[in-house]
Design a protein around this ligand. Structure first.
Ligand code: MLT
Length: 315
């Protein structure tokens, strides 16, 4: 008798090539937009769960799985929406897709950097509102400006490479980054305080961990150069959003371009989202056709490998 096929729940949209790969190995159910209650009610039917950032895989989810769930696959890099402690305690592997969306995230960082500097989003909205504000939307140039990359991992390095091409002076802070990687890209590794106090632009690329949670707060903003511009395509939680609003109101931060938020989606009435010097996008960093196809295959391979017992946790 053949053993039953593994059951795989995909709770957020995944590229077809990844789904095909999963279907060749197991029984796949795609249930997008499940509420937390629906997820808790269903999860004990599955050997594997695949999520993006919208599904919160909490301790309750692992407990509701009643020992059946063997692997959680995060179709992306950041695993801050998965309770790793609970996964370990309850014997479930967590794997991620660490490489396929690197370029997409870096490109979105550069898109936000350039569009913020030239007020593209605000100018677009103003024309659509019937205005023609050529004086109001004078921008700032990028060439010769100092960009601090906070978190010099895969995405940070690719942003650095591109910013060098735009003629920016690039510095970086990362307690774990190898000096030779920085040197090879012509990037100077500096201390946290040196990075934030000398930069004209600060781009965030660190994971959300207990150490980085709200690492950009009133005290941090107070050390920044007046008129600094901030880009965040990492995680909203690394910024204290109320402190950022204060820093924007005081003119310490001239502009911010944010793809990620502490709560997603943020409230429509959020002062931060509505601030005229803030440009926002809805967590689109990894959202290119190319990246999503790549991520789908990368996570499908990792999950199938884990179900076959070939892989250990990567996350
Ligand atoms: C990531 O951590 O890779 C991104 O948040 C991906 C995503 O948008 O799901």
């Amino acid at each position: 008798i053949k053993p039953p096929k593994p059951t795989i729940l995909v709770s957020e949209k995944l590229g077809e090539a990844g789904l095909d790969l999963l279907r060749s190995y197991g029984d796949v159910e795609c249930l997008y937009n499940l509420s937390q209650e629906e997820l808790l009610a269903k999860i004990s039917e599955f050997d594997a769960l695949i999520v993006r950032s919208g599904t919160k895989v909490t301790r309750q989810v692992f407990e509701a799985a009643k020992g059946k769930l063997k692997v959680v696959g995060r179709a992306g890099v950041g695993i801050d929406n998965v309770d790793l402690q609970a996964a370990t305690e309850l014997g479930c592997l967590v794997v991620n897709a660490p490489t396929a969306n690197t370029i997409a995230a870096a490109e979105h960082g550069i898109a936000l950097l350039a569009s913020m500097a030239r007020n593209v989003a605000q100018a677009d909205a103003s024309i659509k509102a019937g205005k023609w504000l050529r004086t109001k939307y004078v921008g700032v140039s990028l060439v010769g400006k100092t960009l601090a990359i906070m978190g010099f991992g895969k995405v940070g390095s690719e942003v650095a490479r591109r910013a060098k091409g735009l003629g920016m002076h690039v510095i970086a802070h990362d307690p774990y980054a190898p000096a030779d990687r920085a040197r090879a890209l012509g990037v100077e590794l500096v201390s946290f305080d040196q990075a934030i106090s000398t930069a004209d632009f600060v781009s965030l690329h660190m994971p959300l961990t207990p150490t980085t949670n709200k690492i950009f707060n009133d005290a941090t903003f107070a050390k920044m150069k007046k008129g600094v511009r901030i880009i965040n395509v990492a995680r909203g939680g690394v910024i204290d959003e109320d402190a950022l609003v204060r820093a924007l109101d005081e003119g310490i931060v001239a502009q911010a371009a944010l793809d990620v938020f502490t709560e997603e989606p943020p409230s429509k009435d959020s002062k931060l989202v509505q601030h005229e010097n803030v440009t926002v996008t809805p967590h689109l960093g990894a959202s290119t056709k190319e990246a999503q196809e790549g991520v789908a295959v990368e996570i499908a391979e990792a999950v199938v490998g884990a179900l076959r017992g070939e892989l250990s946790a990567t996350a």
